[in-house]
Design a protein around this ligand. Structure first.
Ligand code: PLP
Length: 371
């Protein structure tokens, strides 16, 4: 079965092998050496002065960032399930929250953000996604972050890059916290989250000193010394180190380039056979197709063609299917997925098969890859 869901992504053999070694104790020089190297690789990848790794799924890092960086009022951008989650976190911790809420195919606009800031002068942190995975939508996070900092440099900008870190080069010049998760572009099992931090975020964390398990001040104190406050998820960190070493060998820019080529080519192929791309601004991490019969399509894809793609949740349940582009994906595999979608439409009597999807995919892929 080909796992093509935009998280979790498949764990490749070289990572499984690296993680297959006997468990080592986390308070040892052997593990500290691996932890130190992983920290350096991560800082190099995200180009931020500090980075933390937490034993949690991505949502744990979202929670830690909100509680550590927001004291007065949170402005959050909600164009889907993950944007909505920031508001839910604020509510759970009784932090006042204002939301910019749009339909799941529409990104937040600069005007909406500036207007919300005008109306809420007590906002001290903004939260948003790079890619809102619920509908595969790309927010112009870099423009919004820049405008917010120009408006008031004391507002901290928290960016959920869980489906963007390792997918595309990220401009972090106006970002204070950048969140990543193991089970997306890093091709690891779920259970590790990553937070890149700016100098300003570090200051705020020291000053606020909140929480217990997710106390980022405690984590900072330990992680700069290449250890963790609590038992580290050693196995996943060993896998992350292996992934980042492989990524450095391939060249991270090459990974970004190939991801972009696969993503754009897949979008073009789906449109070429008459399917509709759901988001108005698609992110590169996934291709999100809107179709009223998405569940039928996914069922045939799985049962007949051995391809597992993700569906939608909530308002998009049964209405979309999402094809992953994150991580190291073999071109022959995604090419088969694209072909399988066309075969599937044929099988369901929706469109006669003529090989057009794969033809477009291959043409577009090599056109982009040569650039
Ligand atoms: C997957 C994902 C998360 C994290 O979800 P977890 O289930 O906690 O790992 C957060 N934000 C986005 C955009 C995601 O795609």
């Amino acid at each position: 079965m080909l796992l093509f869901t935009p998280g979790p992504t498949p764990v490749p053999e070289f990572i499984r092998t690296a993680m297959g070694m006997p468990t080592i104790h986390h308070r040892t020089s052997e593990f500290e050496e691996i932890f130190a190297r992983t920290r350096e690789y991560l800082k190099e990848l995200i180009e931020m002065p500090e980075v933390l790794m937490l034993a949690s799924s991505g949502s744990g890092a979202m929670e830690a960032c909100v509680t550590s960086l927001c004291a007065k009022k949170l402005l959050s951008i909600n164009s889907g399930k993950f944007g909505e989650r920031f508001g839910k976190i604020a509510k759970a911790f009784k932090i006042p929250n204002v939301e910019i809420k749009n339909s799941w195919d529409i990104p937040a606009s600069l005007e909406e953000v500036l207007e919300a800031l005008e109306q809420n002068p007590d906002v001290d942190a903004l939260c948003m996604q790079v890619c809102e995975s619920a509908g595969g939508l790309r927010h112009a996070y870099e423009l919004i972050a820049k405008a917010v900092k120009e408006y008031n440099p004391n507002i901290l900008v928290i960016v959920d890059a869980i489906t963007a870190m390792g997918v595309e080069p990220l401009d972090v010049s106006c970002v204070d916290a950048l969140i990543g998760g193991s089970q997306k572009a890093f091709m690891l099992p779920p259970g590790l989250s990553i937070i890149g931090l700016s100098e300003k975020a570090i200051e705020k964390i020291q000053e606020r000193d909140v929480g217990f398990y997710f106390n980022l001040k405690t984590e900072l104190k330990n992680q700069v010394k290449n250890t963790t406050a609590w038992t580290a998820p050693t196995t996943i960190i060993i896998g992350l180190c292996a992934f980042l070493e492989r990524a450095r060998e391939i060249g991270i820019d090459m990974i970004y380039h190939q991801t972009k080529a696969r993503s754009l080519a897949c979008d073009a192929a789906m449109e070429g056979i008459g399917l509709k791309i759901y988001p108005t601004i698609p992110a590169l991490s996934m291709t999100c197709v809107y179709h009223e019969e998405s569940d039928k399509i996914r069922k045939v894809l799985k049962e007949r063609f051995n391809v597992n793609v993700a569906g939608g949740q909530d308002i998009l349940k049964g209405k979309i299917f999402r094809i992953n582009h994150m991580g190291l994906v073999d071109i022959s595999e995604i090419s088969w997925v694209v072909n399988a979608v066309e075969l599937c439409l044929n099988k369901l009597g929706m469109r006669k098969f003529n090989g057009l999807a794969n033809q477009i995919f291959i043409e577009q892929y090599f056109r982009v890859i040569k650039q």
